[in-house]
Design a protein around this ligand. Structure first.
Ligand SMILES: [Fe+2]
Length: 182
């Protein structure tokens, strides 16, 4: 269940419907998926893709996505800091960024054109779709691990294009965790 913070307004949204409504207003699609076949923590990528195959097919049809894979990032990932540094600066892509979180957590900052920057803390069960061209950046939470299904319209389009605005420096990637109570 995602949490949305609006730092400039000192607001946090923790109600599922309120989160989905607010995100829709800024063009971000958000869903919570309950798998028909929950996967074990040591499940292979193939087992995860199989468990969520019906949801993946639905998304492929609705968004023109052609491929799906599973990304697995944790403290053992080689060159983890260098990898994270690529995504923690404001950027956009020429295609949608679609992530369904299997395990772990992280924070997407979204910089809408006409409203304040928002921080979306995502965890297991959250599906987020950041449309192409949307300014954003991403950080892991302190557990420094995330496993997620990714969908692509064209994997070559998923290259970060940096704004070099420096705005990402003004927002701390705070993770409140699942125990957050309004
Ligand atoms: Fe991105």
């Amino acid at each position: 269940m995602a949490l949305v913070r609006i730092p400039d307004e000192n607001r946090t949204l923790a109600d599922r419907d309120a989160v989905a409504v607010y995100l829709a207003q800024v063009g971000i699609q958000y869903e919570v998926w309950t798998p028909e076949h929950p996967t074990a923590s040591d499940a292979s990528s193939e087992e995860i893709l199989e468990a969520y195959s019906s949801e993946i097919e639905r998304l492929k049809k609705s968004g023109g996505y052609v491929t799906a894979d599973v990304i697995n990032v944790n403290a053992q990932t080689p060159n983890l800091d260098a990898m994270l540094a690529k995504f923690s600066r404001e950027h956009w892509h020429d295609e949608d960024e679609v992530r369904f979180i299997i395990h772990g957590s992280g924070v997407f900052h979204i910089h809408p054109q006409n409203s304040p920057v928002i921080a979306i803390e995502v965890g297991a069960g959250d599906l987020i779709r950041v449309p192409r061209g949307t300014l954003h950046w991403f950080d892991l939470c302190s557990d420094r691990q995330i496993r997620a299904i990714r969908l692509f319209q064209d994997p070559s389009g998923w290259t970060p294009r940096y704004t070099e605005s420096g705005i990402d420096q003004r927002y701390q990637p705070v993770c409140l965790g699942t125990s957050y109570v309004r």
